[in-house]
Write a protein that binds this ligand. Structure first.
Ligand code: AMP
Length: 439
């Protein structure tokens, strides 16, 4: 009982701050691209996912947290967010807007009953976007580019892999070819593949069983079955990406695990880095021609992508280590004697109201232990307050990185401290650019 549910995890303190930082940067990028936030419920009616994510997908087949609520209705904790966004577009008639496409971003927890391993949780978090109602290779490229910008904003180098599932005609021809090819092997393949063979042989390409991988390698390639118009669309998307300096790599086996995708599909993978374990795709997405219609809306096409925040965190942390000092406190206020605790608390309150990150201990503590706490809380400055300070109306402020002490006049303390802090941040920025170049 004292352990978290298997496959779930707590995010605490510095780690939570890093998550917030990652989330904020992604949200900023979405705003730069003109996407608005949408928040949908975690619980949805189960049929929504059957109709969208699809019964041939592993997600629906074996990974959903589905249960009957007390009213006897089958509900599911969302395994992904796109279906809920589509449902919301229909419920709220958002499609009636004059200006299409609709552009939304989202962020929140998702749930899949998967086997926990590195980069794979049962509760994880996704940031993503959906762009619905105006099919265009430019919008497919925009969504791919938006995800790419998120990684750039976090300085995480990624490769974009892309493929086209083609139009209806391409996929039908390809399915027939796959069935013919796998017919002679299916008896020796895994149970999942046997099921996939019957409902959607495309899913077999996604099989992770090593013995099956050899057979999959020899399968016909989707690209050989694409119609001219599907090929042309893929070329258009590649050309737009190229004009944004994104070199996407075509990956013939990329089919994605959700049934609603048609046409363009893509994934983001971290560039290989020393010491970085592979945690799978950092994100992915694709074009869906019929999803909105399938959940009861008009026949609008759309494109979306989502990034897994845990995997993003994993790579971001690998590159940057623990929190930089700028995440710590600005000031730690230290009463020299317990009788000054009340005055210190008033000063702390005043500084906080003026937008500075400040803390102190309300317990009587030795000077040494207060300095230790200040360092552990990564405070940039300590403000020391004793009898002298009150008599002369002067405060001693110590820069904890170079140990230099300065006297600050009491009546002007807020402005003086703000200036000191600004100078500190400016010097940090200089140092940062000296180390990283002025990108
Ligand atoms: P998907 O919805 O399957 O296309 O997944 C999109 C992204 O969500 C993946 O690229 C991962 O980064 C993340 N993701 C999917 N499943 C999990 C999981 N079980 N644990 C952690 N992250 C996941």
């Amino acid at each position: 009982m004292e352990n978290p549910v298997k496959g779930t995890h707590d995010i605490i303190g510095d780690e939570a701050l890093l998550y917030t930082e990652i989330e904020e940067r992604c949200k900023t990028v979405a705003a730069l691209f003109g996407y608005q936030e949408i928040r949908t419920p975690i619980l949805e009616h189960t049929p929504l996912f059957l109709r969208s994510v699809g019964e041939s997908s592993d997600i629906v087949h074996k990974e959903m947290y589905t249960f009957d609520d007390k009213g006897g209705r089958s509900v599911t904790m969302r395994p992904e967010m796109t279906a809920g966004v589509m449902r919301s577009i229909v419920s709220n008639k958002l499609y009636a807007e004059a200006d299409l496409p609709l552009k939304y971003f989202y962020l929140g927890p998702c749930f899949r009953y998967e086997r926990p391993q590195a980069g794979r949780y049962r509760q994880f978090h996704q940031f993503g976007v959906e762009c619905v109602g105006a099919p265009s290779a430019h919008l497919d490229a925009e969504v791919i580019n938006l995800g790419y910008h998120c990684f750039s904003a976090l300085r995480v180098p990624v490769k974009v892999k892309i493929n086209s599932l083609g139009d209806e005609e391409s996929r039908n021809n390809y399915r027939t070819a796959l069935k013919e090819y796998f017919a002679k092997y299916i008896g020796q393949m895994c149970e999942d593949c046997k099921r996939r063979y019957e409902i959607n042989p495309l899913r077999i390409l996604d099989c992770k069983v090593p013995e099956d991988a050899e057979i999959v390698k020899g399968a016909p390639k989707l690209r050989d079955y694409l119609t001219d118009s599907a090929k042309h669309y893929l070329d258009q998307v590649l050309a737009v990406l190229e004009s944004y300096n994104i070199q996407a790599e075509i990956d013939d086996n990329l089919v994605r695990g959700l049934d609603y995708y048609t046409g363009i599909v893509f994934e983001y993978h971290a560039e290989p880095m020393e010491g970085l374990a592979d945690v799978g795709a950092l994100g992915g997405g694709g074009h869906y021609a019929h999803l909105l219609k399938d959940v009861g809306g008009p026949d609008y096409e759309g494109v979306g992508m989502s990034l897994g925040l845990e995997r993003l965190f994993h790579v971001f942390h690998h590159l940057n280590g623990d929190l930089p000092d700028s995440f710590g406190l600005d000031f730690y206020v230290m009463p020299m004697e317990p009788k000054y605790i009340g005055d210190c608390a008033v000063l702390v309150n005043q500084l906080r109201f003026n937008g500075m990150m400040v803390d102190m201990s309300y317990e009587p503590k030795s000077f040494k232990s207060q300095f230790k706490t200040a360092n552990r809380k990564k405070a940039k400055f300590a403000i020391i307050i004793g009898e002298d300070e009150f008599k002369k109306g002067e405060f001693t402020v110590k820069n904890l990185s170079n140990q230099i002490q300065t006297k600050v006049r009491g009546e002007d303390i807020v402005n003086s401290l703000r200036t000191m802090l600004q100078e500190y941040y400016d010097s940090m920025e200089m140092k940062y650019f000296e180390e990283h170049g002025n990108e």
